[in-house]
Design a protein. Sequence first.
Length: 256
Amino acid sequence: MVTPREAVQQRTLVTLSITSVLSGVGVVSTVAAGGLLVADIIGSESLAGLAQTFNVLGAAAMAVPLARLTRAGGRRLALGLGYAIASVGALSAILGGTHRLLAFMLAGTFLLGASSAANYQGRFAAVDLAHDDHRARDLSFVVWASTVGAVAGPNLMEPFGQVAQHIGMPRLTGPYLLAFAMLAVLVVGVGAFNDGVHWNAHLRNSARTMDGTKPRRLKYWRKPLGMPISLAMRFSLAAARWRCMARRRQPGPGIL
């Protein structure tokens, strides 16, 4: 017999899987298009890697606030806000690409990083209510769904580039139109998400120890080194990626 908790977990996995597919379809193609669009705006390929760099920095910057928001209001609120911020980023990138405004383009890719942060939050949400024997299976199910979206997304660059060109916009803004459409659907659809954080909080509040006190919760702020170390690692990774891409674009020595 399926318990109420198991039923909620099954619905949660279905919702998270659909969310991962839609997010992958909408956002992954913007990684390649962003570099090409930046190169087209500035007229040089030397700084084309800035689009991906700002996207990674945006994911790093949004990760901690969304995690704190999860503790305060649950995963539904954090996921919805993350996708909403990313949708604003898609609009900013469309504006920057259409009017050749580099600042708006980079700001848009930075805000689009919130989608990646929200997707990582979704992986944790997949195991909030999972049984100990099924945690790995449930997590891998959501990760597999994100892979489906990541594979399908780039194949839609060409048709949505034609859509963008048809309405008088640059072809490279097409993937951002797709991203905005998918993220708007996610902002609305995340309301169907069953919040495992609220369920676990309810179970903790209803639990009592032998002396009648509630179980203690470990506060995030009691880990003072966790946030700065995490941010330092993410920013160093983004800087390393940017340097590698810059070195690849440098011409090698000629053959005498």
